[in-house]
Design a protein. Structure first.
Length: 270
């Protein structure tokens, strides 16, 4: 069984700098009935690490991602990127949402180049980068197609390319495969692992699927039911690359059981 990992302490000893550092993060939504979404969440993500945060619906997973993306302000605590407080949207943060939100009038290449247009980056350089990324995710030859001509999985790949275009310091993914059917979802998990192994970009992947979290991550953070707090955090010591057959191993099963144990009777996820 893997040893419990302190989500904050001991990072330097493992030989990699922290890209993200979250300390004592809490968020309570105001209004007539105040709702505590997150409570005292602390963790760090090392350079090049793939971390998955898993928990039941309503535990604050998406709220956490929005804080890290600079879209929400916490009630208490801090979130830092390379030692600087995250106080709003930043160009060095890439985000992939549950649905890719592609513009139907733009081609695949045009959608991939959206960050370059918004940020007024060098169009020629960014176009070359977009073409390389589209080829990397298996969309070479689809540059002039429109979203309506793509499957759901292909559309999500365009969303991933768009998030990677400007070479962000961290890639945040909010249940990007939730809308896909089971077989496509598994195939996209394998594809995302391949992309990550090629780029080694620092990543935080939000999901409510235990199997998805264990399959993809170097480290899993378990969020408890609302108000979300960290119930466990542990390394996944499965070798890479991981094929789907790893899900049938005892080692994989132990990791899955550990997540379920952390949730206990307080909630369950698939």
């Amino acid at each position: 069984m893997n040893a419990t990992v302190d989500p904050v302490a001991g990072r330097a000893a493992q030989g990699a700098a922290d890209v993200i550092a979250v300390r004592g993060l809490s968020l309570t939504y105001g209004g007539g009935a105040r709702v505590a979404a997150l409570r005292d969440v602390s963790f760090a993500i090392r350079d090049g690490e793939f971390v998955a945060a898993v928990g039941p619906s309503g535990c604050g997973k998406s709220t956490l991602l929005k804080i890290l993306a600079g879209l929400l302000r916490p009630t208490e605590g801090t979130a830092e990127l390379h030692g600087e407080p995250i106080t709003g949207p930043r160009r060095d943060i890439g985000v992939v949402f549950q649905t890719p939100v592609l513009f139907p009038w733009r081609t695949v290449l045009g959608n991939a180049l959206l960050p370059a247009d918004v940020q007024r980056l060098d169009r020629r350089a960014m176009q070359q980068r977009a073409l390389e990324l589209l080829a990397m995710v298996g969309l070479g030859g689809f540059e002039r197609r429109y979203p309506r001509e793509l499957s759901g999985g292909m559309q999500q790949r365009v969303g991933i390319v768009r998030a990677l275009l400007h070479d962000p310091a961290i890639l945040l993914m909010d249940e990007p495969f939730a809308a896909l059917d089971a077989m496509t979802r598994e195939a996209m998990s394998v594809e995302l692992q391949r992309i990550w192994m090629q780029r080694r970009i620092t990543a935080l992947f939000i999901t409510h699927s235990i199997a998805e979290a264990v399959f993809l991550a170097d480290r899993v953070i378990v969020l408890t039911p609302r108000p979300g707090t960290i119930g466990d955090a542990f390394e996944v010591d499965l070798p890479r690359p991981r094929g789907l057959e790893v899900m049938n191993t005892e080692q994989f099963g132990r990791c899955v059981r550990r997540v379920r144990d952390a949730l206990g009777s307080r909630g369950a996820v698939e």
